[in-house]
Design a protein around this ligand. Structure first.
Ligand code: PMP
Length: 356
């Protein structure tokens, strides 16, 4: 097994979670049955779903009036499900375009109605987060992406809106303290900070639903899923179970305040080396740097072979940048230990030594 997993997603999970999941695959809750061969309607699994939903509410400190769902289709299905539920038939929504995933969300929403893109950072390869944009008043909702997984930028502040605020938090949910009650819909694919691919957590403020006047196909209708407690169709039982285990792990660690501290320490360490070492340069604008996905390049591509050898020798994996950015991307999600970042920083220092 590789020791230091910097993969962008699916990505590292706590070892203790993986071990517990492996045990449940063989014998779930002492039933002498595998987790993946019991009914999703059995009491044992219904308890898993309830526990996972309650942990989400507790960790995010959500007030009454929110529902939590675990559905399939990835965050990509929410790109469509959100407009279906919130966009009035002749309505309009506004989007902030901060990267490939925002652009994909916009593309899907445009299939239903007019979409106002209030600002975009595409002009500079999405290496910054636009600010000082105006959100129109006559819209049904505003959509943003809190963390741009591919480009390594992160929203540090969220706009105040008079309309529902919707956020794709796929790559930084549960990683930092925010006032989550400011949001009306939050969605996130599990496969970064929560579990394996196969489920999406969706947090919805109940009062915003049922107002679009649209005929919504059942599978796209949040109210249907809420009424059926995420069991309108068969949930991805394994992904929900592992997510529950990861959320329990996070709670035992001290919740979001504790993990935020660790995430800040990890990010500070690697960004400091990128800024100190003349052989590297960061991709994202400093003020918008992500605490989850650290994107950087070599100042001289000729050093690629020797640097790649160095980090490979340390048991590091998943460091290759996304094909649209190139260079390197260190995804330093919740479960990645500080030690892994220390090893990477050491490899960066080693490159400098070897070349001096
Ligand atoms: N949004 C963001 C911010 C992402 O990082 C990703 C996947 N990397 C997606 C959406 C798409 O998620 P999925 O593959 O679960 O549909």
């Amino acid at each position: 097994m590789k020791k230091h997993n910097f993969s962008a997603g699916p990505s590292i999970l706590p070892q203790e979670v993986i071990k517990k999941a492996a045990d449940a695959l063989l014998n779930f809750n002492g039933l002498d049955l595998s987790l993946i061969e019991v009914s999703h309607r059995s009491k044992d699994f219904v308890d898993v779903m309830d526990n996972a939903c309650n942990l989400v509410k507790e960790l995010l400190n959500l007030p009454e009036g929110y529902s939590v769902l675990f559905l399939q289709g990835g965050a990509s299905l929410e790109f469509l499900r959100v407009p279906y539920n919130l966009l009035k038939v002749d309505g309009k929504a506004a989007y902030l375009d901060t990267g490939t995933w925002s652009a994909n969300a916009i593309k899907e929403a445009k299939k239903l109605s007019n979409i106002d893109v209030v600002a975009s950072s595409k002009d500079k390869g999405y290496n910054y987060v636009p600010k000082n944009y105006t959100i129109p008043s006559d819209i049904d909702y505003f959509h943003c992406t809190s963390n741009n997984t591919i480009f390594g930028t992160q929203l540090k502040e969220f706009p105040k809106t008079d309309c529902p605020l919707v956020c794709d938090m796929s790559s930084d949910i549960f990683s930092r303290q925010l006032d989550f009650s400011k949001f009306d819909i939050i969605y996130a694919g599990a496969q970064k900070n929560m579990g394996p691919a196969g489920t999406t957590v969706i947090i919805v403020k109940d009062e915003i639903l049922g107002k679009s006047g649209r005929v919504i196909p059942s599978i796209l209708d949040y109210q249907v899923h809420i009424a059926k407690e995420s069991m309108f169709n068969t949930p991805s039982v394994f992904a929900v179970y592992v997510s529950m285990l990861t959320l329990e792990w996070l709670k035992n660690l001290g919740g979001i305040p504790a993990i935020e501290k660790l995430n800040e320490t990890k990010a500070a360490l690697i960004y400091a080396e990128i800024d100190r070492n003349p052989l590297f340069k960061g991709y994202a604008e400093m003020e918008d740097r992500s605490l989850m996905n650290v994107t950087f390049n070599l100042t001289d591509e000729a050093n690629k072979e020797i640097f790649d050898k160095l980090w490979n020798a340390e048991g590091i994996s998943g460091l290759k940048g996304h094909r649209s950015v190139g260079g390197y991307r260190a995804s330093i999600y919740n479960a990645l230990p500080l030690e892994s970042v220390q090893v990477l920083v050491e490899a960066m220092k080693q490159l400098e030594k070897q070349l001096s």
